[in-house]
Design a protein around this ligand. Structure first.
Ligand SMILES: *Cc1c(COP(=O)(O)O)cnc(C)c1O
Length: 393
């Protein structure tokens, strides 16, 4: 397929595996084995069975009537917020832990930003009885306290990352360092479509269940599997990759990725990677990232910890460059207003990451007959403190 990764792990000019030599055996083991393992019937059966009975899939595709009335179009919400643990992240962690088991690994490490990927990883480690360490920026630990405690309750050790802005990128650096020092018995569960090949492709495949279900559900609901628009927020890009995956070759479906504009794209405080980024190497792949003229990574900023990342996955960099996906950015304030609006019109309090995708509705040239799917990546429970501090409701 046109947007598939090539045999060297590239999407156009982005991707690859730019890793220290000491990480090579780990990544090479994964690269040479992941496809054959995840395509066995034994793997597929166990994955699908857990997605159904443990995660709660298929998640509903819900026609949001009051929101549709307001925006004068048919708006459907893909309810990933109803997944076990409250976000789409668990689709990927279930897939990766099943893979880790088949690779004979005994220990799991992960990085986390908002804490959702950490919780999803801690959850599957408890489920499979595996030891788990999660790296998390100290700043994120403070603003996502409930998720830190959830991980601890689940039996995971949470290690604070103390460098840089003490957020997601710093936690990722720490996790990579740990993996280098523990190459044989440990699998690193990366939480988004980022990192060296084969991670972006592997994570996109695990998340692609989202668009597979959207297609089937729309076909049943309206007799046509193709919406006019699919909207998803983009941190690293895993929920967006999952929501776009099976529509990539259907060029009549408009795919919209929504980035965090923070205090404004030109404010110096944002995480709007496609608007501001240049090609460079981040966390093992060539992609777009926010950097200074001399190539230093710029500290990202967003009110939502899950979007607070200076890069995007290489697939998205390619989709941006080829124009297949249109990227927009939404500011903190616009996202918060949209989060309250969704709460009041549909009775659904979204994660603040997700609220960015909802806020993009107002920026689309919608017509009455348009069918729009918003990927509702997660629920807002973890963000109550941020909603309370923002206060305007
Ligand atoms: C982690 C997270 C995101 C951002 O990550 P992606 O890999 O871009 O999907 C978005 N929404 C929620 C609810 C999250 O937990």
């Amino acid at each position: 397929m046109k947007f598939d990764v090539d045999k060297d792990g590239y999407y156009g000019s982005f991707g690859g595996a730019y890793i220290p030599e000491m990480l090579y055996p780990n990544v090479e083991e994964l690269r040479s084995k992941y496809l054959s393992i995840i395509q066995t019937s034994d793997f597929v059966e166990e994955f699908q069975s857990l997605l159904k009975s443990y995660v709660g899939r298929p998640t509903p595709l819900y026609l949001a009537k009051r929101l549709s009335e307001k925006y004068q179009a048919s708006i459907y919400l893909k309810r990933e917020d109803l997944c076990h643990t409250g976000a789409h992240k668990i689709n990927n962690t279930i897939g990766q832990i099943l893979l880790a088991k088949r690779l004979g690994k005994q220990k799991i490490i992960a990085e986390t930003g908002a804490g959702q990927h950490g919780v999803a990883t801690a959850t599957v480690c408890a489920l499979m009885g595996m030891e788990c360490i999660v790296y998390m920026g100290k700043h994120d630990m403070e603003r996502q306290r409930p998720n830190v405690e959830r991980m601890r309750i689940l039996g995971t050790t949470v290690v604070p990352a103390l460098s840089g802005s003490m957020t997601l990128k710093d936690a990722t650096n720490e996790a990579m360092r740990h993996w280098i020092n523990n190459p044989t018995d440990t699998h690193y569960i990366i939480g988004s479509v980022v990192g060296p090949h084969p991670y972006p492709d592997m994570v996109a495949r695990f998340q692609s269940v989202i668009s597979e279900e959207i297609k089937n559900q729309l076909l049943t609901e309206i007799g046509n599997p193709f919406p006019d628009y699919v909207l998803a927020c983009v941190g690293g890009g895993s929920n967006a990759a999952g929501a776009f995956y099976h529509f990539l070759n259907d060029e009549h479906v408009h795919l919209i990725g929504v980035e965090a504009g923070g205090h404004g794209v030109d404010s110096g405080e944002s995480a709007a990677t496609t608007a501001l980024g240049k090609p460079g190497i981040l966390h093992g792949s060539k992609t777009l990232l926010m950097q200074t003229v001399d190539g230093q990574v710029v500290e990202p900023y967003s009110i939502s910890a899950g979007l607070d990342y200076p890069g995007i996955g290489p697939l998205h960099a390619h989709l941006f460059e080829t124009g297949r996906v249109e990227f927009m950015s939404v500011t903190d304030d616009e996202a918060m207003v949209a989060g309250i609006e969704l709460s009041r019109t549909e009775g659904i309090i979204p994660a603040i990451e997700t609220a960015h995708a909802v806020a993009a509705l107002a920026k689309l040239p919608l017509e009455r007959e348009d069918c729009v799917v918003i990927n509702l990546s997660g629920r807002g429970d973890k963000d109550l403190e941020t909603y309370i501090r923002w206060g305007k409701y």
